[in-house]
Design a protein around this ligand. Structure first.
Ligand code: ZN
Length: 274
C-alpha cells in the first residue's frame, strides 16, 4: 500500500458541493428557445456577496380559451432545502410543453427557484440567514422577497400556488387562504395527490388545526397576494411529506397542479351563472 492511498482526499471547497441551478434549469431553457408557448425571463437578478443571482421566471402561455387568459402564479423552492417542489415544477412545465392543451385559457407564471442561494446550499434559509417565507409584505429588505413582491404586485394573479415539503408529516396536505372558492380547489387537489401519497388526516398539522388535510390558518409573512388586493385570488400552499421516493412526490405535486387548473377552469365557466 502506497502512502498516497492512505492520504484522505482534501475536503471539497463549499462551492463544489453546491447544487447547480444552471444545470437544473438547462432543460427548460432549451425548451423555451424553440417553444411557441414557453418564455423564459432572465431579468430578475440580485447580488449576494461577490456573486450575481437570477430569480428564474418562466411564462407558459396556454392555447386560447374563450375569455381573457387566467393568470396563475406557481412558486417553489422558497425554502432551499425543499427541492421536491422545484423538481415537480420543472416536470410540470415539461408536461405542459408536451401537452399544451392542459393549459388552455391560462397564462401560467412559474417561479421554480424562489430562494436561489438556499437552493444552492441546501438550506431552508437564504445565504443571508433569512427564512424568506416570513418576510412578505413586511417591508423586507431581502432582494428575493422584493423581486417576488414586485411580481405579485404587477401580475395581478387570480391564483397563487406554493409548493413545500414538510419533513415532520407522513402525508400530503395543504393550506388555504384568500378567495372562498379556494376550499373547492384544495379537496380535488388533495384527492389527486392521494393517488400517489397518503393524505395527512391528523386533527393538528404543523401546530394548526386541520380537517382532512386542509389548514385554514397560516404563518404571517408567507408568500401571498398583496394585502390590499381585491378581489382576493385563491391561495394554496401544498405540502408533500419528505420521506417518500422522489418520483412519488413529484407525481403527487404534478397531479395536484393539473387538477387545480381543471377545477378552476370549471369554476370560471360556471361563475357567471352563480
Ligand atoms: Zn417550506
Amino acid at each position: 500500500m502506497s502512502l498516497a492511498t492512505l492520504v484522505k482526499p482534501a475536503a471539497q471547497p463549499a462551492a463544489a458541493r453546491r447544487r447547480n441551478i444552471a444545470d437544473l434549469l438547462a432543460p427548460l431553457n432549451r425548451l423555451a428557445a424553440t417553444s411557441p408557448n414557453l418564455v423564459v425571463n432572465h431579468d430578475a437578478r440580485f447580488e449576494q456577496g461577490e456573486e450575481s443571482f437570477e430569480l428564474p421566471r418562466y411564462l407558459f402561455v396556454g392555447p386560447r380559451g374563450g375569455d381573457t387568459p387566467i393568470r396563475i402564479g406557481i412558486f417553489a423552492g422558497i425554502h432551499g432545502d425543499e427541492p421536491e417542489g422545484v423538481y415537480a415544477l420543472i416536470q410540470f412545465i415539461q408536461m405542459l410543453e408536451a401537452r399544451p392543451e392542459l393549459a388552455t385559457g391560462y397564462y401560467l407564471s412559474f417561479y421554480p427557484v424562489c430562494n436561489p442561494t438556499g437552493f444552492e446550499d441546501n438550506t431552508r434559509h437564504s445565504r443571508r440567514g433569512r427564512d424568506l417565507n416570513r418576510e412578505f409584505w413586511r417591508n423586507s429588505a431581502e432582494p428575493e422577497v422584493r423581486l417576488l413582491e414586485a411580481e405579485l404586485q404587477s401580475r395581478s394573479f387570480q391564483g397563487i400556488i406554493s409548493l413545500h415539503t414538510d419533513d415532520t408529516s407522513d402525508g400530503f396536505y395543504g393550506f388555504v387562504r384568500g378567495a372562498t372558492l379556494t376550499r373547492h380547489l384544495i379537496e380535488p387537489a388533495l384527492a389527486a395527490a392521494e393517488k400517489f401519497l397518503p393524505r395527512n388526516t391528523l386533527p393538528v398539522i404543523d401546530g394548526f388545526p386541520a380537517r382532512r388535510g386542509v389548514i385554514s390558518d397560516c404563518y404571517e409573512g408567507v408568500l401571498s397576494a398583496p394585502p390590499k388586493i381585491r378581489p382576493r385570488p385563491f391561495e394554496l400552499i401544498l405540502e408533500t411529506p419528505a420521506a417518500p421516493p422522489e418520483y412519488l412526490k413529484q407525481c403527487a405535486f404534478v397531479a395536484a397542479l393539473q387538477t387545480i387548473l381543471v377545477e378552476y377552469q370549471k369554476f370560471i365557466a360556471y361563475a357567471p351563472n352563480l
